[in-house]
Design a protein. Structure first.
Length: 312
């Protein structure tokens, strides 16, 4: 049975099943809403302004790895300044699962009216300390205060994979988009070579907080099936997986699996494995190379989302 690596404890929600046809993966067990809150009660979490990764002093091989990866990195991340050019001046931004509010703060500083939604009180408190308005809620159950409102940009960045029902979440995203508005959805890339190599030892596995696992094709498919038209892709997360700090944490995950006898099918992220991964991925196409994928979408009037269905 897989573990919650951040708590170093067994979890009931880390066994994953995946559809061979579409590539979409999910936890074989789905938690009840009251169970989810406890998943984020960890010693350190990035949306709390903390890191769970211990710093590691790089050796010579580490420096070579990172340098080579940096030269091969052609990331195309989400850029607030670039996206702002496609939005009306002073428009409205909604971030569902806003975490620490980093993106909201950037858009606010560009002159936009911003609002966040997040279920985690620690994340909301951190965002509020930056002067941001953040309401309690989720993409599946938005706060009543935004009923009937429409936004020029709706963001779900590294939050869709945390949902118990991503179909319902995406249909809510569509309903919250203004006419001519955009939505941006970013998730960990379960189809990249790093994830496929290390699987449950990958930082991006992160059960039980991550409940769904998207390949690029699966992400595009679920978006299009729910009335969102993909108008652009973003890719990020390559050089970081070759850093000694990142590798050290993934080795710690392996060790925590091994002490419970769960490492038979796991792979330790050693330096030789890093060099092998770099050789395979340096020239790979973006959908196989980067550990995070994002889609910029518009509302598709030809395929209106139908209410009531859930992902299975």
């Amino acid at each position: 049975m897989p573990i919650d690596a951040k708590k170093d404890a067994v979890t009931l929600f880390g066994h994953v099943v995946r559809c061979d046809r579409c590539g979409l993966g999910r936890s074989a067990n789905m938690p009840r809403p009251e169970e989810i809150v406890g998943f984020y009660d960890v010693d350190a979490y990035y949306t709390h302004g903390e890191t769970h990764m211990r710093p590691v002093t790089p050796g010579v091989l580490d420096k070579i790895l990172v340098r080579l990866a940096w030269h091969a990195d052609r990331a195309c991340p989400f850029d607030c300044v670039e996206i702002a050019r496609a939005l009306p001046a002073g428009g409205t931004i909604l971030d569902l699962g806003c975490g620490d509010g980093e993106k909201l703060a950037a858009f606010r500083d560009l002159g936009f009216v911003v609002l966040g939604v997040d279920p985690d009180p620690k994340s909301r408190a951190l965002a509020a300390s930056m002067g941001l308005e953040v309401l309690e809620g989720t993409a599946e159950a938005p706060p009543p205060a935004i009923d009937g409102r429409r936004f020029d940009l709706v963001i779900m960045s590294h939050s869709l994979e945390h949902c118990t029902d991503p179909v319902h979440a995406l249909r809510n995203v569509r309903s919250l988009m203004a006419d001519g508005g955009l939505a941006y959805i970013e998730v960990p890339n379960a189809g990249c070579l790093h994830f496929e190599t290390f699987r449950q030892c990958s930082e991006m596995f992160d059960a039980p907080r991550h409940l769904w696992f998207f390949t690029p094709d699966a992400l595009q498919s679920i978006a299009e099936q729910n009335g969102l038209r993909v108008v652009g892709w973003r890719y990020n997360g390559f050089t970081r997986v070759f850093t000694p700090t990142w590798r050290g944490w993934e080795c710690e995950i392996f060790a925590r699996l091994a002490k419970r006898g769960f490492a038979a099918t796991a792979k330790r992220h050693s330096i030789p494995q890093s060099f092998r991964l770099l050789a395979r991925s340096a020239l790979a196409r973006p959908k196989r190379k980067y550990d995070s994928i994002g889609i910029l979408t518009s509302r598709d009037p030809a395929h209106p989302a139908r209410p009531g269905a859930t992902a299975r």
